[in-house]
Write a protein that binds this ligand. Structure first.
Ligand SMILES: Nc1ncnc2c1ncn2[C@@H]1O[C@H](COP(=O)(O)OP(=O)(O)O)[C@@H](O)[C@H]1O
Ligand SMILES: [Mg+2]
Length: 305
């Protein structure tokens, strides 16, 4: 469906995408997971043909994407990171504008608008101005606006930032149903929970590079540890973190230390240490590692920075 071949994109001296190659098959729900500034929006804008790369090529559905030739844009829908709607117009009027831009008219357009509003539970607000909508409602409207012309590929750029949990779940359910119908989705996020729940394959991106690519299981299998013990980072636990470094890997992200025991390290040794330092067992959580651990392991950075 989509192929990025050695893409490099610079803004002046800053390299926003650094030799990125990527293949996305039809029907994939692909997650682009990375912190702010990683290059997610830049990648989407190149795929949408809104900007041109300095090096490399992109093909969408077999056709080269170029900023000069808008013909490939018919095959894709873009849900931009910042909401792009006309606030003073109603939900229905907004969808009409989007539809007409794609050449839709008459009964066909009316029917698509009805279906879209129903799908995201906005049918009863169709005549209300968008500026009276909550952030979540605006997001849902922006999402269906990008799909009115029934593209093959949907680019969703952080569509759930700052919205209520009900709207977030409505967006998840809606996207999952569209992917079951055959839509291909590229979904950027800095929430590992979202990538874990939604995506059949995940690309971990940071500083313009894709550091790892695979299913969640494949990414977790790259970790040199299968257990993770986390505890709050504080003066109280600083001594423990220092001592544990001799027995595995200790990483610090946000306000948490994470300890990944080296092979052969016994949990009894861990508890002996915590007893020696008089630390309550309630401070510690032991679990299977998550995508966050993969990210920290690959980049040395916390996703939540
Ligand atoms: N129009 C621009 N001009 C200059 N620098 C930009 C521009 N857009 C993005 N950048 C920089 O490029 C890098 C990647 O940005 P972006 O693609 O927006 O990342 P993300 O969407 O993952 O947060 C960041 O360092 C950002 O500051
Ligand atoms: Mg962005």
């Amino acid at each position: 469906m989509l192929k990025l071949d050695h893409i490099t994109k610079r803004y002046g001296a800053l390299t926003a995408l650094d030799d990125v190659s990527l293949n996305i098959a039809p029907g994939e729900f692909f997650g682009l997971l990375g912190p702010n500034g990683a290059g997610k929006t830049t990648l989407m804008s190149l795929v949408a043909g809104l900007r041109a790369p300095e090096a490399g090529g992109i093909t969408l559905d077999g056709k080269p994407v170029t900023a000069a030739d808008p013909s490939t844009r018919v095959s894709l829908g873009l849900v931009p990171q910042s909401i792009a709607l006309y606030e003073d117009l109603s939900a229905e009027q907004n969808l009409r504008i989007f539809g007409e831009l794609y050449g839709l008219r008459g009964a066909d357009l009316r029917q698509r608008i009805d279906e879209a509003l129903t799908a995201v539970q906005l049918a009863d607000r169709r005549r209300d101005q968008v500026k009276t909508f909550s952030g979540g409602m605006q997001r849902r409207l922006n999402l269906v606006a990008a799909l009115l012309h029934r593209p093959k590929l949907l680019l969703c750029d952080e569509p759930t930032v700052g919205i209520d949990p009900q709207s977030r779940n409505a967006i998840f359910d809606f996207l999952e149903a569209r992917v079951r119908d055959g839509l291909t989705v590229i979904y950027s996020t800095h929430y590992m929970e979202e990538a874990t729940r939604l995506c059949s394959r995940i690309g971990v991106i940071d500083h313009g590079k894709i550091h790892a690519l695979g299913t969640l299981e494949e990414l977790l299998a790259r970790l040199p540890f299968q257990e993770e013990i986390s505890f709050p980072a504080s003066p109280l636990t600083a001594g423990l973190a220092a001592r544990l470094a001799a027995h595995g890997e200790v990483t610090t992200g946000g306000d948490q230390h994470r300890f990944h025991p080296a092979p052969g390290f016994k949990n009894s040794a861990f508890y002996a240490l915590t007893e020696e330092l008089e630390l309550s067992s309630r401070l510690f959580i032991s679990e299977r590692p998550t995508l966050e651990a993969v990210f920290l392991h690959l980049t040395g950075r916390s996703l939540r920075e």
